[in-house]
Design a protein around this ligand. Structure first.
Ligand code: NAD
Ligand code: TYD
Length: 351
């Protein structure tokens, strides 16, 4: 089986669902279930013996050791993290704990387990670390896209802790020979995305008749990657990536935030029109995020050249699917609107 951490979060859950949709190999899903973890996303797997869920914190070494010993995974896919930049600005401690200490603890547990494997299994073992393009910092409008050799320059507590985890993974390959793979991807979007992030936040606020809060001038640029394309890239890297290597994963979709929000409003105007007027009338400019990175852009040519992966979705097809999914799954959205999440909205957007 494979061991997936963070498999109740947005990308991890999409990965687990995609994996079990096309493979007979079982998944051990290790997740602490923070505010971002949602077992409701995995409801369709209830009763499926190929999905084993363990509510475990990746900082808990003893629990990890027991899971490795019992389930003997052939690979670890490490998605678990604190992942929201705005939360990292309000409270960085959890980010240091999970992203740095948690990744370190998982690496140590994996290393001990891997050391005890017979030679053929040892050679086949993989530790795939899922990271972000944010570790490379911010680009100007004319800078070339991030490549695998772009120097690290993280600017937020979130990206700094992800950078720390990337360095630990690199060191475990270099020092101990652990067969690691690292992927650095751009902004994902798609089904089951927690509505604190831009795209689900805008869809949710639009349908609720609330303001659509665009930070600053709305001209920050992100590269958008459909989550299903990201999952396919991870499967390729796991199967054929070279240990010790890093791979950038991007959608070739650079958009300003304002472009994204206007496209979302146009789609909602078509698929779920307001009684009168356009959703774009709800767009509101709010105070900018401190240290807000201006532009992220990914050069994903290495992954295409070496492993033959490229995204299947365009931004238009992926976003249409995503909006339709949110319209069809309002009960999922309502279920994640917990008290804790509402408190966050008040803290972040009150001003
Ligand atoms: P998410 O916040 O939606 O989910 C994170 C999951 O990790 C949750 O299920 C949570 O319960 C779990 N978790 C958190 N702390 C844990 C701990 N200490 N022990 C065990 N489980 C814990 O995140 P996501 O958007 O699915 O991101 C997954 C990974 O991809 C992260 O490593 C993130 O840095 C990376 N990434 C995300 C994006 C994006 O656009 N979402 C982009 C680039 C990289
Ligand atoms: P986000 O989804 O938080 O991802 P990240 O910061 O990791 O790129 O934000 C994407 C972009 O959208 C980012 O430039 C911040 C901006 N943004 C808003 O303008 N308003 C919002 O309410 C949110 C959550 C984000």
């Amino acid at each position: 089986m494979i061991l997936v951490t963070g498999g109740a979060g947005f990308i991890g859950a999409n990965f687990v669902l995609d994996w079990l949709g096309q493979s007979d190999e079982a998944v051990l899903n290790v997740d602490k279930l923070t505010y971002a973890g949602n077992l409701g996303t995995l409801q369709s797997l209830q009763g499926n013996s190929k999905h084993v869920f363990a509510r475990v914190d990746i900082c808990d070494r003893a629990a990890l050791d027991a899971l490795f010993a019992e389930h003997k995974p052939r690979a670890v896919l490490h998605f678990a993290a604190e992942s929201h930049v705005d939360r990292s600005i309000h409270g960085p401690a959890d980010f240091v704990q999970t992203n740095v200490v948690g990744t370190f603890t998982l690496l140590e547990a994996a290393r001990q387990y891997w050391n005890g494997l017979p030679e053929t299994e040892k050679a086949a073992f993989r530790f795939l670390h899922v990271s972000t393009d944010e570790v490379f910092g911010s680009l100007s409008a004319t800078d070339p896209q991030f490549s695998e050799t772009t120097p690290y320059a993280p600017n937020s507590p979130y990206s700094a802790t992800k950078a720390g985890s990337d360095h630990l993974v690199r060191a475990y390959h270099h020092t101990y020979g652990l067969p690691t793979l690292t992927t650095n991807c751009s902004n994902n979007y798609g089904p089951y995305h927690f509505p604190e992030k831009l795209i689900p936040m805008m869809i949710t606020c639009a349908l609720a008749g609330k303001p659509l809060p665009v930070y600053g001038d709305g001209l920050n640029v992100r590269d958008w990657l459909y989550v299903g394309d990201h999952c396919a890239a991870i499967r390729e890297v796991l199967a054929r990536g070279k240990p010790g290597e890093t791979y950038n994963v991007g959608g070739w979709n650079e958009k300003t935030n304002l472009d994204v929000v206007h496209t979302l409003c146009d789609l909602l105007d078509e698929l779920s029109p307001r009684q009168s007027g356009s959703y774009s009338e709800q767009i509101t400019f709010v105070k900018d995020r401190p240290g807000h990175d201006r532009r992220y852009a990914i050069d994903a040519r290495k992954l295409e050249r070496e492993l033959g992966w490229k995204p299947a979705e365009t931004f238009e097809t992926g976003l249409r699917k995503t909006v339709q999914w949110y319209l069809d799954n309002q009960d999922w959205v309502q279920n994640v609107m917990t008290g804790e999440y509402r408190n966050w909205l008040v803290k972040q957007y009150a001003a």
